[in-house]
Write a protein that binds this ligand. Structure first.
Ligand code: RVP
Length: 493
């Protein structure tokens, strides 16, 4: 852009989508999209990498709904890698590397394992991995002495087992015929190679739209930074089975981010997403560094103060549009991150050029987000805060913050010297994620119907905006009435 002033910046509230000719039935709509070159989701939603939004519980719930969670990084490397592990083991066609217990372990230890992974029983193996038996809740329920060894309570071999590579149908038939819940899979030497459980079949039926990897495990992503041990963190996450890494900073158009993307990519096959940027040049720099996905958003976040503290940013619809000009040419998907307030903003982001969107405040109030329910004046809330807020960046007891480097403040000597770019607050409690996602995706499907786009690419291609004024925005919201009942998908700010 010549001169000092770039184009006029527009955001969600500045535009509406034009209704277009539509010849489809609503049930023909397909909301699948790509979050990066090789990671496909069934609904175009990601939960934000924030410590009040995405830990393993939210990530599991998101993937079951067909989207994906990005695990935040404001915790130790071991803890974050453990969260990846919890998601990858939560539901699957077959667990290829099942949790096991040694026969010398105590019942108390076996209990702890079951509780940690929310499972009802564990195969018992010797040091060489040979299957010796299985110990389940049923074996342990009536034992009062928790110091007893597993070997004395387990159901020993011979058990009903399957061969590695058994089909789902055959496995289900074995489970049914023998009225058992777990089918260990063994090789010729009797070494445990996998586990199939009834629960997984039930869940697969309950969540038909779940976003899964090629082995049938739920998809999950995780965030890393650029400072200190960020590269070691990425390696640990990859080892734990993460599907993609997000090099997540407040300024993705910086050499440090490009270098980190290139370094991770040079050593692994997982997709690497870079961000955040808000211009075409920023997107191009990430493409040149080799990213598989681009995250767009500087300052739109509901908890973000970057635009006032630093005076930096681009209104989100324009930011997405500009970034997508570079991204489309390179075949790299775009994530529109932050600033969405209503379901209608999802389609606006997609028409502007995003392939998926990332949500913070819209999901922070869910049952599955980290943190306790707060009761204030008889109403229920959950806390929510920016990763650049003082609370997220300062030291907690002995525990240093791992999110400071998102704002390039890793080297700041003491907490008093931090310059926050976010605030802390609370959002209304919204109940289980499934109901929230139902409304968000329901809104998106309506948008697709109105625009006349059966698929996300069709929506992107056909969608056109009309710019509106503040009078138009006022007209868009309910007006000239006192709202007496809140709708599940609408509340006045
Ligand atoms: P929102 O959905 O509007 O709540 O925005 C969430 C996004 O805001 C995050 O995905 C992240 O990009 C950004 N964020 C997180 N922390 C902060 C901050 O402290 N400024 N901003």
């Amino acid at each position: 852009v010549p001169g000092k002033f770039a184009t006029l910046g527009l955001t969600y509230d500045d535009v509406l989508l034009l209704p277009g000719a539509s010849d489809m039935a609503p049930d023909q709509i397909d909301t699948a999209s790509y979050i990066s070159r090789n990671v496909r989701v069934n609904i175009p939603l990601l939960s934000a990498a924030m410590d009040k939004v995405t830990e393993s519980r939210m990530a599991i719930a998101m993937a079951r709904q067909g989207g994906v969670g990005v695990l935040h990084r404001n915790l130790s490397i071991a803890d974050q890698a453990n969260q990846v592990d919890l998601v990858k083991r939560s539901e699957s066609g077959m667990v290829s590397d099942p949790i096991t217990v040694h026969p010398d372990a105590t019942l108390a230890e076996a209990d702890a394992i079951c509780a940690k992974f929310r499972i009802s029983g564990v195969p018992v193996t010797d040091r060489a991995g040979k299957l010796l038996g299985i110990v389940t809740n049923r074996d342990m329920a009536f034992e009062t002495d928790r110091s007893q060894q597993v070997r004395d309570v387990m159901t020993p071999m011979p058990l009903v087992t399957g061969r590695v590579g058994i089909s789902g149908v055959d496995a289900m038939e074995l489970l049914r015929r023998h009225k058992i819940e777990k089918l260990p899979l063994v090789d010729d030497e009797g070494v445990l190679k996998g586990l199939i459980t009834v629960k997984d079949f039930v869940k697969a039926e309950k969540y038909p739209n779940a976003a899964k990897d090629k082995d049938g495990r739920l998809l999950v992503g995780a965030a890393v930074g650029v400072a200190g041990d960020a590269y070691e963190r990425a390696q640990a996450l990859i080892e734990a089975g993460v599907d993609f890494i997000v090099v997540d900073t407040a300024h993705g158009h910086s050499k440090l981010v490009g270098d980190m993307v290139a370094k991770i990519k040079s050593n692994s096959a997982v997709d690497v997403i870079g961000g955040n940027i808000a211009t075409r040049d920023g997107a191009q720099a990430l493409i040149d560094a080799g990213v598989d996905g681009i995250k767009v958003g500087v300052g739109p976040g509901s908890i973000c103060t970057t635009r006032v503290v630093a005076g930096i940013g681009v209104p989100q619809v324009t930011a997405i549009y500009e970034a997508s000009l570079a991204a489309k040419e390179a075949g790299v998907p775009v994530i529109g991150d932050g600033g969405l307030q209503y379901s209608g903003d999802i389609a606006k982001a997609l028409v502007a050029g995003a392939d998926t969107v990332m949500l913070g405040s819209l999901l922070a109030g869910c049952e599955e987000s980290p943190g306790e329910l707060l009761f204030i004046n008889g109403k229920q809330f959950k806390s929510y805060r920016g990763m650049g807020s003082l609370g997220a960046m300062q030291t907690r007891g002995e525990q240093r913050s791992f999110s400071k480097d998102r704002y390039f403040q890793e080297g700041v000597a003491s907490d008093e010297k931090l310059v926050p770019e976010g605030i802390e607050g609370q959002v209304p409690y919204r109940g289980p994620l499934a109901a929230v996602v139902h409304q968000l995706v329901g809104g998106l499907r309506q948008s697709m119907f109105y625009v006349g786009g059966r698929t996300v690419p069709e929506l992107q291609e056909r969608g056109r905006f009309v710019r509106i004024t503040s009078a138009g925005l006022k007209e868009s919201h309910p007006h000239d009435i006192q709202m007496t009942v809140e709708a599940p998908n609408y509340s006045r700010k």
